[in-house]
Design a protein around this ligand. Structure first.
Ligand SMILES: [Zn+2]
Ligand SMILES: [Zn+2]
Length: 317
């Protein structure tokens, strides 16, 4: 299971209603931060999240509303004596930005161990982060500067082992149980081969989340969103301001919904709202005409995504 917590759903100009872009994915004990607009660390406090739990940070692009919170957050992690290696992924120019910050805020001059990865703008697909539990991939999306969309994919887990049934089949050893869960057949004392599918239940499919902002509707966003359990897609404007969306290379709510529909996403959260909309209901209404399961992302709300059990496999009684 993962939980997605939007911390900021506003766009470029400050507003009293919303914060700058940032969204956290909570998985096991780790946090993964997508964008880090100004004030993100205060939203961590409001969300009751400890920044020292951050395992990796992913910046979409170098517009201030998406990364100006990074120096402050890194400075705080340094003050807290954060010891774990922190991966920071973003577009080209992010390293130069961090290098331009004087003294102790400069990540490489402190005890903070930052593994900075700049995404190649020409690459169609990048594995931005990989661990035994999850993988985060990135694809270019279509904005006025180099921008990366991301997809968080929890890795599949083997199904549950029916220990009672395994014992009935003459398997008593823990190393055999582990092998069966890893998909390896074992042999019992009578020399009979036991296949994993006889005793191990259906695979748990990992939860997936796509983070697509800022962008016009594009191929990269569509691919990232493909059958995602949850898609956060920017919807800066309503249909009325469609021209403005084209000029500034953003999306309307309806366009975000079209991406969600074409990608067969399960649930769409729209965000990155222009400050002109005090109330997001018109954006949600326009999106729902195309994709029913749409909601306006609510700051600090937790959106839980459960892993699912593959339907095709069946366990013997
Ligand atoms: Zn923005
Ligand atoms: Zn932007």
């Amino acid at each position: 299971m993962i939980e997605v917590i939007p911390l900021g759903t506003g766009s470029a100009l400050p507003s009293k209603e919303r914060h700058y872009s940032a969204t956290v994915v909570e998985h096991n004990k780790s946090l993964f931060l997508f964008d880090c607009g100004e004030g993100t660390q205060f939203q961590f406090l409001h969300a009751g999240l400890r920044p020292t739990r951050i395992e990796a940070i992913f910046i979409t692009h170098l517009h201030g509303d998406h990364y100006f919170g990074l120096p402050g957050l890194l400075s705080t992690l340094t003050l807290l004596g954060h010891e774990k290696r922190l991966t920071v992924v973003g577009p080209q120019g992010l390293q130069a930005f961090l290098d331009s910050i004087p003294s102790r805020m400069k990540a490489h001059e402190t005890s903070l161990d930052v593994n900075l990865i700049e995404i190649d703008p020409e690459a169609e697909y990048t594995v931005a982060y990989d661990s035994p539990n999850c993988q985060i991939t990135s694809r270019p999306i279509s904005h006025s500067v180099q921008t990366a969309g991301y997809r968080f994919q929890e890795k599949d887990r083997p199904g549950n082992l029916n220990v009672a049934y395994a014992k009935k089949l003459g398997i008593y050893d823990y190393t055999d149980y582990r092998a069966l869960k890893e998909g390896i057949a074992v042999t019992n004392a009578q020399g009979i081969r036991i296949e994993p599918k006889e005793v191990v239940g259906p695979t748990h499919r990992g939860a997936s989340f796509a983070y697509v902002t800022d962008t016009m509707p594009c191929e990269g966003g569509l691919k990232l969103a493909e059958q995602a359990d949850l898609l956060y897609h920017e919807a800066t404007f309503t249909e009325e301001h469609q021209q403005r969306a084209v000029q500034t290379r953003h999306s309307t709510a309806k366009e975000a919904a079209t991406i969600a529909k074409e990608a067969q996403t399960k649930h769409l959260l729209i965000g990155h709202f222009s400050g002109r909309y005090k109330d997001t209901s018109i954006l949600v209404e326009e999106a729902r005409q195309v994709f029913k399961n749409t909601d306006a992302a609510e700051e600090l709300k937790r959106y839980a995504i459960m892993d699912t059990v593959a339907p095709s496999e069946h366990l013997k009684p």
